[in-house]
Design a protein around this ligand. Structure first.
Ligand code: HEC
Length: 128
């Protein structure tokens, strides 16, 4: 009886670490939904860019240097930040844009659910 409970606890631990690993990798399809709900008010991901929109076009942002997307008037803070965006850095930025780029103009915090963050960043990484 006690042995079964212990085994169950071990199995549960394994299961939750497996789902954590899946979440860490991120799910681009789920991330697309998050993007529509949380980012698309200010950002597009169309291949032809989006001059005049509130935020820069984010297609190809993973691997790009901060503040260098075409046709967007970035803040001086973002232009001078010298960040090369990878998935971890975008996650850190979403957790607190002013903390990562003080004086930047992305007025936004979140999403805060780690799965949502992983998924939306995986979605951006999937766009070439
Ligand atoms: C309220 C509008 C708004 C929302 C919502 C928003 N952003 Fe932004 N974002 C901006 C603005 C404005 C900038 C440019 C910041 C600057 O120049 O300092 C920016 C910049 C960025 C950058 C840096 C781009 C580059 O080329 O250097 C990333 C990455 C980014 N946003 C990701 C996201 C993601 C992912 C979401 C959704 C989870 C999101 N943003 C939601 C307005 C927004």
């Amino acid at each position: 009886m006690i042995r079964n409970i212990l085994l169950g606890a071990v199995a549960l631990g394994l299961m939750s670490s497996a789902s954590y690993a899946a979440a860490a990798a991120g799910d681009p399809a789920a991330g697309q939904q998050i993007f529509q709900a949380r980012c698309a008010a200010c950002h597009t991901v169309t291949p032809d860019g989006n001059p005049g929109f509130t935020g820069p076009n984010l297609r190809g942002v993973v691997g790009r240097k901060s503040g260098t997307g075409a046709g967007f008037p970035y803040s001086d803070a973002m232009k001078g930040a010298g960040i090369t965006w990878d998935q971890e850095k975008i996650k850190a930025y979403l957790a607190g844009p002013p903390a990562m780029v003080p004086g930047g103009k992305m007025a936004f915090v979140g999403p805060t659910d780690p799965d949502d963050v992983n998924n939306v960043v995986a979605y951006l990484a999937s766009l070439k």
